[in-house]
Design a protein around this ligand. Structure first.
Ligand SMILES: [Fe+2]
Length: 183
């Protein structure tokens, strides 16, 4: 199977601790975008994915990212996946607001980032379009990664991806890009 660019860990500076957001969800007030939980058939059972919001960053952190990581992007925010004992995965999807995303894990959630190929579709899906498979049985695993904490990486958001086997909340800085400057 010929694969498009999927994922790469990057040697980029870590944000200064005093600029980092408080990752306690009680203190996260300003939502940029809210994503509904998804229902999907998983091993034949209806399952619900984690809730998943994007919050605004402090302007000082946004300015630091612009200066030290990447000077042009679609948006930047704090992504929060709310783990519960019943909701332990982020369902397979493609991203709508970006082709690529730069990510820095504040809390990895201890899950697996998994890339998928849907039956009868190429691995690389149409960009800026939401694809939400209804059943894991239609998916073939392409790549599974434990994403590092306190390190930047870039991934292709237009290939179906999910987060499986979360054990904790997952909290990340995310920078949305149309092009990949690190390929
Ligand atoms: Fe995504």
């Amino acid at each position: 199977m010929e694969l498009p660019f999927l994922y790469k860990e990057l040697s980029l500076p870590s944000p200064p601790p005093h600029l980092l957001p408080d990752s306690n969800p009680v203190n996260l007030k300003k939502i940029m975008r809210e994503y509904q939980s998804q229902m999907i058939l998983k091993n034949g059972k209806h399952s619900t994915s984690v809730e998943n919001n994007l919050y605004y960053l402090k302007p000082e952190l946004e300015a630091w990212i612009k200066e030290n990581i990447c000077d042009s992007f679609n948006d930047v925010g704090l992504k929060y996946n709310f783990f519960t004992n019943e909701r332990t995965f982020l369902a397979p999807h493609t991203d709508v607001t970006r082709h690529y995303v730069l990510i820095y894990n504040l809390l990895s959630g201890d899950g697996d980032l998994v890339f998928w190929k849907e039956t009868n579709f190429p691995v690389q899906r149409q960009t800026f379009t939401r694809h939400l498979p209804a059943n894991y049985d239609d998916l073939e695993e392409v790549l599974r990664i434990k994403t590092p904490s306190q390190k930047w990486f870039i991934m292709n958001g237009s290939v179906l991806h999910s987060v499986e086997n979360l054990l904790n909340d997952r909290v990340q800085l995310q920078v949305s890009l149309n092009v990949n400057p690190f390929e």
